[in-house]
Write a new protein. Structure first.
Length: 138
């Protein structure tokens, strides 16, 4: 079996598990981020290390805004090593678009029902969507 196929299968499995955990507990286990980073060895490409630039930018935004959790930062760092520079940018772009669409629709529905939205939002399901889109499209 090709290393990139094994890597893809491992990552989507781990992101699926992580999505469920994030939705239920708003926590991201460190072992999942570590396991995703280790999948980089299944399809070694030194150029992928440039993806860490995205992780540094993401960490800086998290540090200054306080709106992004540490688990999300670790997960993005792990995926950045796997996806490389442009793959990481695409992953985050698709994740943000998916989140904006979902929460935009959710906001309208809650407003129509006279309710307010939760403050803490799980981001891992959208990282999962972003990974799938960036991997399957590019």
């Amino acid at each position: 079996m090709n290393g990139s196929i094994m890597q893809f299968a491992a990552i989507i499995t781990l992101l699926g598990i992580d999505s469920v955990i994030d939705i239920k507990t708003r926590e991201i286990p460190d072992w999942i981020s570590g396991a995703i980073a280790l999948t980089a060895f299944l399809n070694i490409d030194v150029r992928s290390s440039w993806g860490l630039i995205v992780a540094v930018v993401f960490f800086t935004v998290a540090l200054f805004t306080g709106k992004i959790g540490g688990g999300d930062v670790k997960l993005i760092a792990a995926l950045s090593v796997v996806c490389g520079l442009w793959g990481s940018f695409a992953l985050l772009l698709f994740a943000q678009i998916a989140m904006l669409i979902f929460y935009g629709i959710r906001f309208v529905i809650l407003k129509l029902r006279g309710k307010t939205a939760d403050k803490a939002l799980p981001f891992v399901p959208f990282i999962f969507i972003g990974y799938l889109c960036s991997t399957l499209i590019f």
